[in-house]
Design a protein around this ligand. Structure first.
Ligand SMILES: Nc1ncnc2c1ncn2[C@@H]1O[C@H](COP(=O)(O)OP(=O)(O)OP(=O)(O)O)[C@@H](O)[C@H]1O
Length: 685
């Protein structure tokens, strides 16, 4: 086996630099695809050079002179039979000027600009006289590189790797079925690698530059197939476990529905039915509920919990923040007034924690909490259902350890239901959640009015005062969100306190509250309870309230410096209003001038309330990794695939994954391992 350090020019320092690029083996090097290509295979006559194109030219120096000024410029005029070009150098040495004298032959490579005196190149790469090399036979690949690693060295290393592949010393087997490749008119692996790293001069450059060349597509499809196979493997692994079937009789279901303070929407009913069908099975449910902010996921989750309770089993409901966990506790207590509940968050005092742990191990039926529910000393009596209100805040590992807790000697696992509020565009959902069944709540509860969003320059703050007072006079409530970028929670809390003091001066007649991350859990709970009860009219908050807070009487939200937040965070925050039947408003304050990106974010928020639209724009602006946050980070980190621009390949890849499972199962495992750096982690899932 050849190691990176066996390659010429790759010492321990370069090995470290390559690691930063996720390159840890010679094979990784071959899968490190070029950023762009340089064509040094042909010389362009000087009358045919085009502005903005990187071009190779050659001719005789006719003149060379220095233009004096603040920064002297060395200018070389070069001519061939057809035309003239100027080569310009700043920061040159005088020895260079002497070398570049009239009469010498020169070849140069660089981007052509249209200068005052015709075409010019600034700081081109150049060769003089005898040093002019033969023309390249292939295009030159230019790679993404890490700091301190020279492009030449990287190019050289890839060329060596390719050489090893071509002369058979590096064995990289073809894992895609030949018959499929032929049908899809895609090249085999070796050909694809040769083309992407050393394109022949007649290659379709346009396709190559845009990532559409069959050789690039083939490599991307291979990576996607491996992703689908890996997720499928996880799914199958889970399905091999048993789960306790949880069934509700029609009568029990009706009683549950009658207990709810509202009638479920058609979408809620449909999703609850899908869940019921899963829960009745003897293998664990693996379902994701996707529903926009305020679509009523909690009631559906309660429906799932009812199944566990009817079977005398325990259900866990986990939230990403303590505020939200607390709120779910209150909501679920309304839905299940007679059930024994336990609550666990990281900040319980020792005695309280002990008490809750005892309950969890014994009498509790519904257990609510934060990630504290994962800790090793939490022992469940008989866990049959895990609900995770994910909001994209949990890593895959945390979820696993909770699931593992339900496993008993019968090799059984609890059913799992993941809820997410950030609507993910379909294409991304299909990729990220390929191992889950997905239910979508695509309808809001009746009589919701869309939130009216306005943008307001920070300077025009006084205009707001009237609106806040008017809303409060109508008996409605308002949020004032401070979006502070300070590093420490302490500074963020301090700044929110300052805003709180200022607002108290502005609105002496209003009851104002403050909530931020530095408050103790019980203090936060008390403030939120006061707000919910209407004792606080204006709540000053940091973004701790971003997820899940549900106070339908709040109809106005002011977000300070909204330009600092990403789209999905803004959408989550705004979703705290518009939860009742009254018209709600959101005012996005901003500090001018806005960057182009911030302008797009804010105007998107102003123009739409549709979470899916917002998610689409978000995906364009930020890319999938950011949107998914920590969730399945590893699983979504593609080497070659760009989830947005390569989405057209997904269908083909999915079909190929199915084809391979059926006809070439022996190759599937190898393929997963080739591409999934995190294969080991995934295998544990
Ligand atoms: N079918 C319904 N009819 C009327 N009101 C409903 C219905 N379903 C839920 N609600 C109410 O709508 C509000 C939002 O519900 P819920 O908190 O479950 O939303 P969610 O989907 O969890 O939203 P978020 O992601 O923002 O937390 C709550 O006040 C809830 O009582």
């Amino acid at each position: 086996m050849v190691h990176l350090s066996d390659l010429k020019g790759i010492g321990p320092a370069a090995v470290d630099k390559l690691k930063q690029l996720n390159i840890e083996s010679v094979l990784d090097l071959l899968f490190h695809l070029p950023l762009r290509y340089e064509d040094k295979t042909r010389i362009t006559p000087l009358d045919r050079v085009q502005a903005f194109q990187r071009t190779l030219v050659e001719g005789e120096i006719t003149k060379s002179f220095v233009v004096q000024g603040k920064r002297p410029i060395l200018v070389c005029e070069v001519a061939d039979e057809q035309g003239v070009i100027q080569l310009k150098f700043f920061n040159f040495y005088y020895s260079q000027k002497i070398k570049m004298c009239a009469g010498k032959r020169i070849r140069a490579y660089g981007e052509v600009n249209q200068g005052l005196h015709g075409p010019e190149m600034i700081h081109p790469e150049f060769w003089l006289e005898q040093a002019i090399p033969p023309l390249n036979e292939r295009l030159t690949a230019v790679y993404p590189k890490s700091e301190g690693l020279q492009q030449k060295r990287l190019q050289n290393a890839v060329q060596q790797a390719l050489g090893l592949l071509i002369d058979g010393r590096l064995n990289v087997s073809e894992l895609l079925p030949e018959e499929w490749l032929q049908k899809a008119r895609l090249p085999d692996l070796q050909t694809a690698l040769e083309v992407v790293h050393q394109p022949p001069p007649d290659v379709d450059m346009q396709a190559l530059m845009t990532g559409q060349h069959p050789s690039q597509q083939r490599l991307k499809i291979e990576e996607m197939v491996s992703h689908f196979l890996a997720l499928q493997a996880i799914r199958e692994q889970r399905q091999q476990h048993r789960a306790t079937p949880l069934c509700l009789s029609i009568n029990q279901k009706q009683q549950f529905l009658a207990r709810l303070p509202f009638t479920l929407t058609a979408a809620q009913k449909r999703v609850l039915n899908e869940i019921s069908m899963d829960l009745a099975k003897t293998c664990p449910m693996q379902r994701l509920i996707q529903g926009d902010v305020g679509s009523g996921k909690t009631a559906v989750a309660a429906g799932a919990i009812e199944h566990a309770l009817a079977a005398g089993k325990q259900a866990v409901f986990m939230a990403p923040t303590s505020i939200l966990a607390e709120q779910h506790r209150l909501t679920l207590a309304e839905f299940f007034p007679h059930e024994n509940m336990a609550f666990l968050s990281g900040r319980l005092k020792t005695a309280e924690r002990r008490e809750q742990l005892d309950k969890i191990a014994d009498s509790a039926a519904v257990i609510i909490g934060t990630h504290a529910l994962f800790q090793d000393d939490v022992v469940y009596r008989d866990l049959a259902l895990v609900i995770i209100d994910e909001q994209h805040r949990f890593g895959v590992h945390q979820r696993l350890s909770l699931k593992a807790k339900g496993a008993d000697h019968n090799n059984s696992l609890p059913h799992s239901l993941i809820m997410t509020a950030t609507p993910i565009p379909r294409t991304l959902a299909q990729v990220a959640y390929a191992n889950l069944d997905v239910s979508v709540i695509d309808e809001l509860p009746p009589n919701r009015q869309s939130i009216n969003t306005t943008l307001l320059d920070n300077k025009k703050m006084p205009q707001l005062a009237e609106r806040i007072e008017a809303a409060c006079q109508r008996g409605e409530q308002a949020y004032w969100v401070c979006t502070l970028v300070e590093e420490s929670e302490h500074l963020r809390a301090k700044a929110a306190e300052n805003t709180f003091e200022e607002l108290k001066d502005w609105f002496p007649g209003l009851k104002i509250g403050l909530v931020h991350g530095r408050l103790k859990d019980d203090e936060k709970t008390a403030v939120m309870a006061d707000f919910k009860a209407g004792n606080i009219q204006l709540l000053v908050a940091t973004t701790v309230i971003e997820v899940g807070v549900d106070v339908p009487n709040a109809t106005l939200m002011v977000i300070e410096n909204a330009e600092r937040l990403g789209l999905s965070q803004l959408h989550q925050l705004r979703g705290r209003v518009g939860r009742g039947t009254r018209q709600s408003h959101c005012v996005l304050m901003y500090q001018a001038p806005l960057s182009q990106n911030a302008q797009t974010r804010l105007s998107t928020m102003r123009d739409t309330n549709d979470g899916f639209e917002i998610a689409k724009t978000d995906l364009k602006l930020r890319g999938p990794g950011e949107i998914l946050g920590t969730r399945q980070k590893g699983a979504m980190e593609f080497r070659l695939v760009n989830v947005e621009t390569d989405k057209d390949l997904f269908k083909q890849a999915r079909e190929l994954a199915e084809f391979m499972q059926k006809n070439h199962p022996e190759q599937c495992h190898a393929l997963i391992h080739r591409w999934q750096r995190q294969a080991a982690t995934l295998a544990k899932v």
